[in-house]
Unconditional design. Sequence first.
Length: 304
Amino acid sequence: MNISQAHEISIISFLEKEGFRPCRVYGDNYWYRSPLREEKIASFKVNRDINRWYDYGMSEGGDIVELAKRLRGLPTVSATLEYLEGESGCVVRSATPHATSSKAQPSHEQPTFTLHPLKNKSLLSYLCSRQIDESIGCTYCQEIHQKQKGKWYFSVAFGNHSGGYELRNPYFKGCMGSKDLTIIAYSPGEIQEGCLVFEGFMDFLSFLTLVKRQDYLFRMESPCDYLILNSVCNQKKVYQYLERYRHIHCFLDNDAAGKEATESLHKLFEYRVTDESFRYADYKDINDYLMNKKTEQQDVAQKQ
């Protein structure tokens, strides 16, 4: 068996044969408790359409070869291919059952969207206009190509815990699929003592950009995990995730909704919650700080 042949094996079928069943299914996204580590909340996603997996707790993903190699502790790719070849009962992707329908989908039917690594120049230029570091944007985001009324549209895509995506481009702000939280571990397989809470993924990317630029206002004393609300409406969902942390740092917007969300968390977790919005007190949010602080610094430099 070669790698191309291995890629025809359904990851979902492979996991089922290994004894792992999905906790929930949203369209083509199958969510599991990670087969690579212990966890209580399913954060391991397999996309049936592209036959790829991603472990949000480890911030890592890949193809079936990488998954089988890790899961079985095999030393080489060759050994992994040999193992996969010896497996019986794993079906090829075209034979994978669709969890939400008993009817087979027509083979000629084209997907309404496709996901790709973030490389589109217009989308990278958009992130640059928001002052987001390009390498950070490419690490945490993808680009999505959506087909609507016969036309294709391109957006920056940021995945959430339910298999949905927050979408952004210069002309559009929206969501595809279920709107939900995004949880990102600082260190794969570990839970830190602290967690940083952001309202949107642009604020999360802005924070990482500021840290990379060594902005002293955004220097944290110790490593923390990250939780992105993707909407203040999702704040009721955070409790089961935040209860494990000793320190909860809220980097929410400097508006009524942001303050209300921070106060709600403070009432629930009391002394564990710190309102970090003082770091960007004169700005609407972290991205506003990032964009306008740099402009202010450039103005000062030009005057000197």
